[in-house]
Design a binder for this molecule. Sequence first.
Ligand SMILES: NC(=O)c1ccc[n+]([C@@H]2O[C@H](COP(=O)([O-])OP(=O)(O)OC[C@H]3O[C@@H](n4cnc5c(N)ncnc54)[C@H](OP(=O)(O)O)[C@@H]3O)[C@@H](O)[C@H]2O)c1
Length: 303
Amino acid sequence: MSDKNHATVAVTGVTGALGSRIAARLADHGVPQLLVGRTPDRMPELPGAQRRGPAAYADAADMRRALQGASTLILVSGHRTGRRLEEHATAVEAAIAVGVGRVLYVSLVSAAPTATHVNARDQWLTEQFLAGTEIRHTVLRAGFYAATPAALANEELVVSGPAPTGRAAFVTHEDIADVITAVAIEDGPRSEHDGATLEITGPEALTLDEAVTRIAAATGRPYRYEPETLEEAFARRWRLGMSGEQIETWISWYQAIERGEVSVVTDVVPRLTGSPATPISNAAWWPAPNTARGTAELRRKHS
Ligand SMILES: NC(=O)c1ccc[n+]([C@@H]2O[C@H](COP(=O)([O-])OP(=O)(O)OC[C@H]3O[C@@H](n4cnc5c(N)ncnc54)[C@H](OP(=O)(O)O)[C@@H]3O)[C@@H](O)[C@H]2O)c1
């Protein structure tokens, strides 16, 4: 616990995997927080934290109310809805309207208008929106999660997709949360990270086969990767009942790996946290099979 007097930080996404970890770290540093989201009952109870909401990103009035009193907003990107830019922009405009001084936006590596991964295209739109505002901001591009391959595995622990040779610098939620916390606790009228885009990656770029083999070794469970052609990948997901949008999202995740768009390894984790980035084998947790977004909903639909 720090004895420094910190300004108040609003954190969104605190009912989720990343936001909850950021909020827990800020509480450990003694930072006063506003936890902002759609379901206050599901938010963690943390010292120095007030729960605010219900507030969805798209609801300007609720967001303005929830953000009242914050100096910094950590905006964890929301789920893909087809209106993600409008939702994020509304949240940022609400922050500006109530005098929040700084936004830390959690984006995605490879964000670009031409990105292969559809989510990275969405994220780029919010980055562009932020660049056109006057508010101080830092873009924190999270690498592909180390947790995702385990969540994509089926009941037989097989991860299948069209990425036989490409690499990704998978990064843990814990390392991402540590970096964002380090930037958030830089109080003061200016930060060296104002206007910066930080790419938060793991320590090495792994093929999916290597990543899944390491998860198998670390868990003692027989996870394995099986390459699929694009046609096989599409047909299998279609047979499972995925929507076109879900198929496109997931296939583009594998293709971004295959095309080398998420393989860059940066020094952001060691530079900002003082500790080396965590290898996938040392990840603190692996989600259960079939829990990736889209696949989890399918499982519920068919059960
Ligand atoms: N880097 C990667 O590999 C990767 C992978 C997957 C996702 N992502 C992105 O990173 C974000 C955070 O990841 P995560 O693992 O923490 O995801 P998560 O566990 O699904 O949590 C997402 C959080 O965002 C909140 N949220 C979503 N849409 C919202 C909206 N319209 N208004 C207000 N709150 C909203 C959710 O609140 P509720 O509880 O109300 O739903 C939840 O708290 C994801 O939302 C996604 O944009 C990155």
